[in-house]
Design a protein around this ligand. Structure first.
Ligand SMILES: [Zn+2]
Ligand SMILES: [Zn+2]
Length: 259
């Protein structure tokens, strides 16, 4: 049985050939309780066995706050935190971030393709990876909804779609949690890559979002979705706006494909 083409190499996905890789990766990503679900999701991922095997999965040792792979950190800090998180402010705005993959070179091309074309197959592929990430790290969290980092209306008009909303739709369907837009973007911040340094990024993100949600309980746990966690300043800015409205008993956790 074949199940279509691999989103990475374009080759045919041969289910039989893929089977042993699916089992191995499922064991790597799960415990006993989550194995059947993760196994089934991996089987459905639109990758051939070779590309599945080559995925840069984040390992078992991670920074407990930002979800970064310890193996790839220059140096680690105390209490399970990476160097950036040890030196960052401990404001608890964002409880934690979790991601599935390291942002390596081959991954940049696929994400770029998705961002600018909004390819529906890649959206489904990434949606499944995000569902696996929820199973891996956030299984019993009881999130009330998924929400996304919004685009500025001007950018949305130019692009025609918000790629993260496509991901939220697929993820929501997979884990049966509704996706709700809770925020609007009021500042069209320059591309993060064009801004110099952590402080500049942080400042340009202040007051970039406003609340646009309705009927949310104050003690909600919210899953905030984006494609990549770089410094976390965008996600923290979103989380800050959510907490300003729902109050301190609300908890915001973020989820991204890449870290
Ligand atoms: Zn492939
Ligand atoms: Zn960290």
């Amino acid at each position: 049985m074949t199940s279509g083409m691999c989103v990475r190499c374009g080759g045919r996905i041969a289910a039989l050939q893929k089977e042993s890789v699916v089992r191995e990766k499922a064991r790597q990503l799960s415990d006993q309780a989550s194995y059947p679900v993760i196994y089934r999701m991996l089987k459905g991922v639109m990758l051939c066995g070779i590309c599945l095997d080559a995925l840069p999965l984040i390992g078992h040792e991670i920074c407990q706050r930002c979800g970064r792979d310890k193996e790839f950190q220059a140096s680690t800090g105390t209490e399970g935190l990476c160097r950036d998180c040890v030196h960052g402010e401990d404001d608890q705005i964002l409880v934690a971030n979790r991601s599935l993959l390291r942002y390596e070179k081959g991954e940049k091309d696929l994400l770029g393709l998705f961002k600018y074309r909004g390819d529906e197959r890649i959206a489904l592929y990434y949606g499944t990876l995000l569902a696996i990430t929820v199973q891996r790290y956030y299984r019993s969290m009881g999130f009330i909804c998924i929400t996304t980092v919004p685009l500025h209306p001007q950018r949305l008009r130019e692009r025609g779609f918000n790629q993260v909303d496509l991901l939220a739709r697929h993820l929501g369907a997979a884990i049966k949690i509704p996706a709700k837009p809770l925020l609007l973007r009021t500042k069209d911040t320059p591309k993060l890559s064009k801004q110099k340094g952590r402080t500049a990024r942080h400042e340009s993100m202040l007051k970039a979002f406003v609340w646009n949600g309705q009927g949310m309980p104050s003690a909600a746990k919210i899953l905030l979705l984006d494609d990549i966690y770089t410094t976390g300043s965008t996600l923290r800015s979103c989380a800050r706006t959510i907490r300003e409205h729902l109050g301190p008993s609300c908890e915001v956790y973020s989820l991204t494909i890449y870290r």
